[in-house]
Write a protein that binds this ligand. Sequence first.
Ligand code: ADP
Ligand code: MG
Length: 208
Amino acid sequence: MACTSDTVVAGIRAVAAAVAEHRDELVRLDREIGDGDHGENLNRGFTAVVAKLDPVPATPGAVLKLVATTLISTVGGAAGPLYGTAFLRAATSVGDAADLDGLAVANALQAALEGVVSRGKAVVGDKTMVDALTPAVAAAESVASTGGDAAAVLGAAAEAAEEGARSTTPLVARKGRASYLGERSAGHLDPGARSTALVLATLAAAAR
Ligand code: ADP
Ligand code: MG
């Protein structure tokens, strides 16, 4: 499968639609252990992104960079800078390649994770998006190392992210707003981990 800027734009459009569809779910999750704005924040950001995708940027990297700068300037809260950094690092990772293979996609996910960690300083088990993204990167690298294409890499990443997101439910939050709740944060799915799994599942479905 070719993963060109047209493919990436189609994937990002699908992500925007999925975020709009799941807006209320993300708001509800963030109400339980945060301030309830996560769904609204992401929906505002991806709506702004879609408005900028015509004309289609020349390369996948240019698409990812446009997503990054738009999210950084339109999404508030913790998630805006974190998602923005993730897309920015992914953009840098893919460079000006015209077509991404499985390895390029896995490397971009790895770069995205490194960006989130360098910005937010969360580790696995802190009950954040890092709990979804870390296993996603490991799964992506494993599939890429055996020659999997972009769709296969994203499929594996999405599955691992979903499981990683679910693993946040029993955890006590140690980073972000939810950490103010201490023990009371346990028993709730982390909204950022949920949205990360949603984004990866949507990109995987678009790539198939
Ligand atoms: P805010 O908490 O400022 O209202 P959002 O509600 O948009 O921002 O995003 C909350 C999500 O951000 C959390 O569910 C968590 O996954 C993620 N998050 C918060 N702080 C961090 C951090 N330091 N590192 C990684 N992710 C974080
Ligand atoms: Mg919030």
